[in-house]
Design a protein around this ligand. Structure first.
Ligand SMILES: O=P(O)(O)OC[C@H]1O[C@H](OP(=O)(O)OP(=O)(O)O)[C@H](O)[C@@H]1O
Ligand SMILES: O=c1cc[nH]c(=O)[nH]1
Ligand SMILES: [Mg+2]
Length: 218
């Protein structure tokens, strides 16, 4: 399985990750969402380089320009709710893509544990298409695995790109061990070493869904 960690290279991408993490910046929800969106835009550009391309003619007022354009059909998919700003960023560039949404969230119990609740998937057929499955946080990897399985009920994809902004090493290993290697690629912004006792990524950024959209009950 090919795994990319974009934050390993020096670029402006790291500024967006730093602001997403920074307690003194992430408390501005508009900026937090916009930074996730900007990260999504950069992922879209990087992932676009892996697509199949074909020459197409474009008529200009003065002649014909032959341009190499992506020919794959792309489905942008994300996990509610923290995935929404990242989804929007991907969609800003893959503006012709189809879209899918999966609801998967941590349902906490009184003993401090949680299980992943799945309620909903809205998706087109993914037969033969390139699926980009996005969620800013890859902690244990359970939500992503559940979302991946839900997507597979909608067809057989050509390729699946798993996209996270902040991942844990455990989450990356879990995806590597549980998803097929041949047609899956993982894209992370950064990979942090630890999960705490509540399975939050350390240093991570805190609760991405709450930072983007506010606290929720349960
Ligand atoms: O890798 P995992 O251990 O499964 O954890 C990651 C999941 O947890 C967060 O969602 P959360 O349940 O907080 O929902 P939210 O997006 O509604 O905040 C995050 O957005 C991922 O979906
Ligand atoms: O660190 C984490 C883990 C799960 N979900 C988050 O939003 N943050
Ligand atoms: Mg959350």
């Amino acid at each position: 399985m090919v795994i990319h960690t974009l934050g390993e290279n020096n670029s402006l991408f790291n500024r967006f990750i730093a602001e997403i993490r920074d307690v003194n910046v992430q408390n501005d929800p508009l900026r937090f969402r916009r930074n996730l969106e900007r990260v999504g835009e950069i992922y879209a550009y990087e992932i676009s380089k892996t697509l199949d391309f074909a020459d197409q003619s474009v008529e200009t007022p003065l002649g014909t320009a032959v341009t190499s354009l992506p020919k794959d059909e792309v489905v942008v998919a994300s996990i509610l709710r923290a995935g929404l700003p990242l989804h929007n960023g991907l969609l800003n560039y893959f503006d012709r893509s189809e879209n899918a949404f999966i609801s998967a969230y941590r349902k906490h119990t009184e003993d401090g544990k949680f299980k992943i609740n799945f309620e909903y998937i809205s998706s087109p057929s993914i037969d033969g298409k390139v699926v980009i499955l996005a969620d800013p946080m890859l902690a244990t990897g359970s939500s992503m695995e559940l979302a991946y399985k839900a997507m597979l009920t909608k067809g057989t994809p050509k390729h699946v790109h798993i996209v996270s902004v902040i991942a844990s090493q455990e989450g990356v290993d879990f995806i590597k061990n549980n998803l097929p290697a041949e047609n899956t690629t993982i894209w992370n912004g950064v990979v942090d070493a630890e999960l705490n006792t509540k399975s939050y990524i350390v240093p991570g950024c805190g609760d991405a869904g709450d930072l983007a959209f506010g606290a929720k009950l349960g």
